[in-house]
Each structure stands twice: as C-alpha cells, then as structure tokens.
Design a protein around this ligand. Structure first.
Ligand SMILES: Cc1cc2nc3c(=O)[nH]c(=O)nc-3n(C[C@H](O)[C@H](O)[C@H](O)COP(=O)(O)OP(=O)(O)OC[C@H]3O[C@@H](n4cnc5c(N)ncnc54)[C@H](O)[C@@H]3O)c2cc1C
Length: 290
C-alpha cells in the first residue's frame, strides 16, 4: 500500500485525498487551517471554468468534475445541488461549453444545468473518514514519501512559484426569496446563485489584490447590480458578505509530478469546477497508474 501525504485541506486537497484513498493509498492530510478558514469555504462553488485559458487540460478536468457532481447530486451527497443556469452572452459561445452537458442557446443567453456546491457541508463530507493533522509545515521536504502539494495560494512560497498570485473576490449572501435558477453575466462580473437557504450574489475579481479588508460600499454595489438583474432580491434580508483570495496562477493550474512531490495548485476561480478531474490525475501520478 502506498503512503501519500496531502498538504492542504481545501477542496483540492480533500478531493485528491478521497480519490487516493478510494484507489487504495494510505492517506494523511496535513492542513494548517480549519475548513471554515479556507478560501474553498468562501467560494460560490458553482461549476464554471471561469477566468481560465482555453486549455484542453482545464476542459478535461472540468468535464470529469461535471459528471462526478451530477452523479453526487443524484446520490444525495451533502451540499451538492444542480441548478438551471442562464448565462447572459455578450461574446461568442464560451470555449468550455463542450464540458457543460446539454447547452442550449436562447436569445442572448446560454442555458445549461450547473452543479453547485454548498461548501461547508460538502467539505465535511469530503473529510469524513480521512486522517487529518492540523499543523502548518514550513517546507515540503520536511515530509517523507509521496507528497501532494495542494496548498493553493501558499504554494507561492512552498513551491517558490512567482506565477501564483491572489485575486480578491467579494460575495454577498442574502436569504433565498424562492429562486432556483442561477444567472450569470461575466461581462459585468455579476452572478446570482441560489442555494438551498440563501443566495450568493457576486462578485468581484481583483487580480493581484491580496487583502481581505471589508468594504461595505463594494457589498452594496454588488447587491444593487444583482437586484437590477433579479428584482425579487430587493426585499431579501442580507445575511452577510464574504471575501476570499482565489489562488490564481499565470499559465493555469500546475499539476505535475516533480520527484516525489505532486503539485496541484493555482486553480484561481475554478477550484471546485476542476476538483475531481485534478484528483483523478493526482491519483494516477501518485500511484503511477497510466
Ligand atoms: C468569492 C469567490 C468565489 C468563488 N467562486 C467559485 C465558483 O463559483 N466555482 C469554483 O469552482 N471556484 C470558485 N472559487 C475559487 C475556489 O474557491 C478556489 O479555486 C478553491 O477554493 C481553491 O482550493 P484549494 O484547495 O486549492 O485552496 P484553499 O481552499 O485555499 O486550501 C488550501 C489549503 O492549504 C492549507 N495550507 C496552506 N499552507 C499550508 C502549510 N504551510 N502547511 C499546511 N497546510 C497549508 C490551508 O490550510 C488549506 O487547508 C471562488 C473563490 C472566491 C474567493
């Protein structure tokens, strides 16, 4: 049995750990922060390969995850939902629609079913049965055996990778007034993603900004834009707002084996979207399955 240490307890690390265990590895996860303090918890966590280059790897990973989340929603995995989605189009059809199941184009928008994940219950489900050590490592070479580096933004230091940088994102949560269809307009950085009890209103994407300072004016502007697109949100009580730092990487995510370390980081605004595809590939690299 192969021993694998996964560093990182966000959606990328936990998904990889789960897949590795399913494939027969003996897995330990090392995570510095509790799940509720990871950027993964902040994510709107809707399947959208957004802000990614048209890269065949991204398409492959996203397609695998789309199928897996669709299966999980049908199996009742905690937090996993499927939502009708209207994406307003002001540009040609996005390159990734080949991975998005049945896509129809209707007067200025595309429609498809998007998997959406409520991260808190979902991360708990992913972590079930895994051995998790809560500690911060200072270097990857402290660890023996096969190591998966799924440390998101921290990979900038741990892997000495200057291509990694934060992209600040701000979302507002309101009570759900009864919506069950997602709306997205990427040209205005606008999205409305109804979950079971609340609705995630987004959002901002500030490349290179690495602080999480609250900004009430920004939150109000996000809410106003969303009300304009969906007036039924006007009376929905505000629950709060969340700010997170997406782990972006120039050139796209890094997923490769270097000696005994498998790097898997830099998923930017699409970590949930690519999670299961990346986990498959990490598993193959770790266990040398071809
Ligand atoms: C506002 C917002 C909206 C988003 N919406 C979406 C969306 O709709 N769809 C989507 O797919 N994605 C979305 N994302 C992006 C998504 O959140 C990220 O791509 C994803 O969470 C990255 O996961 P990760 O596991 O790589 O990183 P993280 O969640 O940051 O996890 C990193 C882990 O590494 C651990 N770690 C770091 N350093 C060390 C160390 N030295 N020692 C031990 N452990 C360490 C941390 O404790 C943590 O457990 C959104 C992000 C934001 C901010």
């Amino acid at each position: 049995m192969t021993d694998v240490t996964v560093v990182g307890g966000g959606v990328i690390g936990l998904t990889a750990a789960r897949r590795l265990r399913e494939a027969g590895a003996r897995v330990t996860v090392i995570a510095a922060d509790p799940p509720e303090e990871t950027v993964s918890t902040v994510a709107a966590a809707v399947w959208y390969p957004t802000h990614q280059e048209a890269d065949p790897r991204v398409l492959r990973w996203s397609a695998t995850a789309y199928e897996e989340f669709t299966r999980q929603a049908r199996d009742g995995v905690p937090g996993v939902l499927l939502r009708r989605t209207r994406m307003l189009l002001r540009a040609p059809l996005p390159w990734w629609t080949a991975a998005a199941g049945d896509v129809t184009t209707v007067a200025g928008e595309i429609r498809f079913i998007a998997p959406l994940v409520e991260m808190s219950p979902y991360l708990d489900w992913l972590a079930r049965g895994l051995t998790i050590e809560r500690r911060r490592i200072s270097a990857l070479d402290e660890l023996d055996g096969i190591v998966v580096n799924a440390t998101g933004l921290a990979a900038r230091e741990l892997a000495g990778d200057d291509a990694v940088e934060p992209a600040r994102g701000h979302v507002v949560l309101v009570e759900n007034p009864g919506l069950d269809t997602s709306i997205r307009d990427e040209s205005r950085s606008l999205y409305i993603h109804p979950r079971s009890r609340d609705v995630v209103l987004g959002g901002t994407f500030e490349q290179g900004r690495g602080d999480v300072t609250p900004d009430p004016a920004e939150a109000a502007a996000i809410r106003d834009r969303c009300i304009e697109a969906e007036p039924s949100l006007r009376d929905a009580p505000v629950i709060g707002s969340r700010i997170g730092l997406r782990p972006t990487r120039r050139g796209g995510p890094r997923l490769e084996r270097a000696g005994n370390v498998i790097h898997c980081y830099g998923h930017g605004g699409a970590g949930m979207t690519m999670s299961w595809g990346c986990a498959e590939e990490v598993t193959a690299l770790a266990l040398r399955i071809s």
